[in-house]
Write a protein that binds this ligand. Structure first.
Ligand SMILES: [Ca+2]
Ligand SMILES: [Ca+2]
Ligand SMILES: [Ca+2]
Length: 196
């Protein structure tokens, strides 16, 4: 009985305690163990969004639904939570790319980027940079061959070269607010045992 094992695995995986809290929350929201799109929105507190924001959340749901059965089960859910909260940057970038590439043709065009940023803004209510400016900035920095489309390679290498832009991207899509567990709820925070 190795109680330490985390469902999602990996060295940076969320802890067993956190997994347990998520499991409770997940099962409270969807006792059947299979989360529908509607329940997904309820769990994340993303209801009553405008159409564009809704499309974005639908897209999120589809990405999380790895086996494409129309439901998110707990394993799919915890894998997604794990990625959003603890994922390595290159994993996250691949995931952002998937999210931004709305038509799934393997490249991001300006319209897709604009749509997604408009949607994110509708969800987060941030106003630091308008979606148009943000999209322009990203194309300026990452569209190396200037063809108006971003390949996965351009997207990743461009952002890795530009920490500032990378930070903006991460912040623009900071689900960790939505997904963060209260320490109180997690009963006890992780104890590192290390001091500087
Ligand atoms: Ca599924
Ligand atoms: Ca595309
Ligand atoms: Ca390009």
């Amino acid at each position: 009985m190795g109680g330490k094992e985390s469902v999602a695995g990996g060295p940076t995986a969320i802890t067993a305690v956190e997994t347990h809290v998520w499991f409770k929350r997940f099962m409270t929201e969807c006792p059947s163990g299979l989360q529908t799109l509607h329940e997904f929105k309820a769990l994340l507190g993303l209801q009553g969004l405008n159409q564009r924001a809704n499309q974005y959340v639908d897209q999120l749901f589809n990405i999380f639904d790895k086996n494409k059965d129309g439901f998110i089960d707990f394993l799919e859910f915890i894998a997604a939570v794990n990625l959003v909260i603890r994922g390595k940057m290159d994993q996250k970038l691949k995931w952002y790319f998937k999210l931004y590439d709305a038509d799934g043709n393997g490249s991001i065009d300006r319209k897709e980027l604009l749509n997604i940023f408009t949607a994110i803004q509708a969800i987060n209510g941030q106003n630091t940079l308008n979606p148009q400016e943000f999209a322009n900035l990203i194309f300026e920095k990452t569209d190396t061959n200037n063809d108006g489309e971003l390949t996965l390679e351009e997207f990743i290498s461009g952002l890795e070269k530009d920490p500032h832009l990378l930070e903006m991207i991460s912040k623009s899509f900071d689900l960790s607010n939505t997904l963060a567990l209260d320490h109180a709820e997690a009963e006890r925070p992780e104890v590192g045992g290390e001091s500087v």
